[in-house]
Design a protein around this ligand. Structure first.
Ligand SMILES: Cc1cc2nc3c(=O)[nH]c(=O)nc-3n(C[C@H](O)[C@H](O)[C@H](O)COP(=O)(O)OP(=O)(O)OC[C@H]3O[C@@H](n4cnc5c(N)ncnc54)[C@H](O)[C@@H]3O)c2cc1C
Length: 515
């Protein structure tokens, strides 16, 4: 057992497998003989999930670290910029029911009580518009940067919309050509295990046996190593997050120069919600819903109605999933990343971000020797258990705050029995105080207090504040930030190009290069 870790085997060639391979290979010099050797095994007969089109701003840093130029990424992956999400119809379903969760944090957050100021002085404007220019930038279809802004640099914070299939292909090319990752297309049929320790020694495939010291299970919903071999229990979360099905479609733009939305549009429907994502060449649209509350036929009607019945270009694809995660993610010398670890509805596009965080922690804490594997596993499991629970609470928040009562789905979503104690406690606290960094203690918190503020105050949550006076209530500083934001907004609305124009420019010329 006490031997150095030299050989890593990654099972699965979807976004999880290739992103993890890229992060590990670039940090551990896999292209050199004295680096960690990585083999990625991928079945030629099991396709990748192929959806997953929204990323977080974290992806910029991940791509930069792996060594992929942003120009190459945007051109190869049919990618465009994403500046956050717009939620339509989530509060009461009326015509003007829209709010943003932008990626830029509110101006003055943590320094002044901007929420109290907004509540008492600026209620004719949305919270996001009062304290960030980004919602205005999105409404105007503008890009988050200028043509002269270098790769990966920002004017306002952004992630991406991308074609998941093309993304995996780009990562594959880069990992195998530039980072020294070996790629084997073979179907895994079994594993060989050390009888004494229970550690995996190899995976058996129809193309031969692949040995390793450490195994990363990126086999998607199959969860071949962690789930099927080690039988780590699955924690089902459907009693909290009801959705378990998705219908996905593609739609061409009416004109080659149609605007590309620079945010994901998530529209609430009677038994779920529709995502609408703009790529340079097409839109990706899908309906996420609960099979306990509606049928596939009715769900398809909802999707076709959203799109306009005659306009669906490709066939509609159904994907079923179980919301939840494994009881632990790292067991013995095997860790699961991506959907092999678990899956939650893509309401805040958190899956790829979780993959990036998993790959980053595995890479930083990669045990030098096998005898400290258990310690690394313990640390990883604790951290990621916390993260999964936090994501679940954050997603549930969107449903709990809704006032919709047009179906049993929305009414049941507010039933206390479907809400975790931690979320119920936080909601009690936020009745009197605004979400702050005190509520979120992890250094790499997935959703920070600003995200919670955007959702709570976008959905009309009432934080009453204290009855007694405190410095917090003095409005002058908050007003300064409010005015600053209005000036900045005017400047950006005048100075930023249309999203489509910047994307066209990147295809023809490219941003100033940094990689
Ligand atoms: C409807 C929907 C929408 C989504 N939207 C978003 C989003 O907007 N943003 C976001 O971040 N995420 C989103 N996701 C999640 C995202 O798509 C996934 O987390 C991501 O693609 C990672 O998938 P994966 O690599 O874990 O699994 P997969 O893509 O399923 O890859 C599994 C791999 O395992 C291999 N494999 C399986 N069995 C074997 C075997 N026996 N032998 C060898 N290889 C095998 C397969 O060949 C494949 O290469 C969405 C998911 C769904 C379902």
């Amino acid at each position: 057992m006490d031997k150095p870790l030299k050989q890593i085997v990654i099972l699965g060639g979807g976004s999880a497998g290739w992103l993890t391979a890229g992060v590990l290979a670039s940090e551990h010099n896999s292209a050199r003989e004295d680096g960690v050797q990585i083999t990625l095994v991928e079945s030629p007969s099991v396709s990748t999930v192929g959806v997953g089109e929204g990323t977080w701003p974290t992806m910029r840093n991940t791509l930069r670290k792996i060594g992929i130029s942003e120009n190459t990424f945007i051109r190869s992956c049919d990618a465009s910029f994403k500046q956050g999400s717009q939620f339509v119809g989530w509060v009461d379903g009326k015509d003007d029911d829209k709010y943003y969760h932008p990626f830029t944090i509110p101006t003055g957050l943590g320094d002044a009580n901007i929420v109290q100021y907004w509540r008492s002085h600026q209620r004719n404007m949305s919270f996001a518009n009062a304290f960030t220019p980004q919602a205005h930038v999105c409404d105007s279809g503008l890009a988050p940067k200028q043509k002269a802004t270098p790769e990966y640099a920002v004017v306002v914070n952004y992630g991406y919309h991308l074609d998941a299939g093309k993304f995996a292909q780009l990562l594959e090319r880069h990992c195998t050509k530039n980072l020294g990752v070996k790629h084997l297309k073979a179907h895994v049929t079994d594993v060989r295990v050390c009888k004494q320790s229970g550690f995996l020694e190899s995976i058996l495939t129809d193309g031969g046996e692949v040995e390793g010291d450490f195994f990363i299970d990126c086999s998607g919903f199959a969860s071949l190593l962690l789930g099927q071999h080690y039988k780590i229990p699955f924690i089902d979360k459907q009693s909290c997050l009801f959705n378990d099905s998705a219908l996905a479609a593609r739609l061409e733009y009416p004109y080659p120069d149609s605007d590309i939305a620079t945010h994901t549009i998530s529209t609430a429907k009677s038994n779920g919600w529709v995502w609408d994502i703009g790529l340079p060449s097409r839109r990706g649209i899908g309906y996420v819903y609960s099979s306990d509350y509606t049928t596939d036929e009715d769900a398809e009607k909802v999707l076709r109605e959203y799109i306009g019945n005659d306009k669906v270009e490709s066939s509609i694809r159904k994907i079923s999933f179980k919301p939840g995660h494994r009881e632990k993610f790292w067991h013995k010398n095997c860790v699961a990343v991506g959907m092999a670890a678990g899956f939650l509805e893509p309401l805040e596009a958190s899956a790829l971000a979780l993959i990036e965080l998993s790959a980053s922690m595995i890479s930083k804490e990669l045990p030098a020797r096998l005898d400290i594997m258990d310690l690394a596993a313990k640390r990883f499991n604790k951290r990621f258990h916390y993260r999964w629970e936090k994501i679940i609470d954050f997603l549930k928040l969107h449903y709990v705050l809704s006032k919709r009562d047009d179906s049993q789905y929305w009414i049941d979503n507010r039933d206390v029995s479907s809400i975790s104690d931690t979320l119920l406690d936080m909601l009690k606290i936020w009745k009197y105080q605004v979400p702050s960094h005190n509520d979120f203690t992890d250094v790499e918190e997935l959703f920070s207090s600003s995200s919670y503020q955007y959702i709570l105050y976008g959905m009309d949550f009432n934080t009453e504040g204290r009855l007694t006076s405190s410095r917090d209530m003095e409005p002058q500083l908050a007003e300064k930030y409010f005015l600053q934001n209005q000036t900045l907004t005017d400047k950006y609305l005048k100075g930023l190009p249309k999203n489509r124009d910047l994307i066209n420019y990147i295809f023809s010329n490219g941003m100033p290069s940094t990689v």
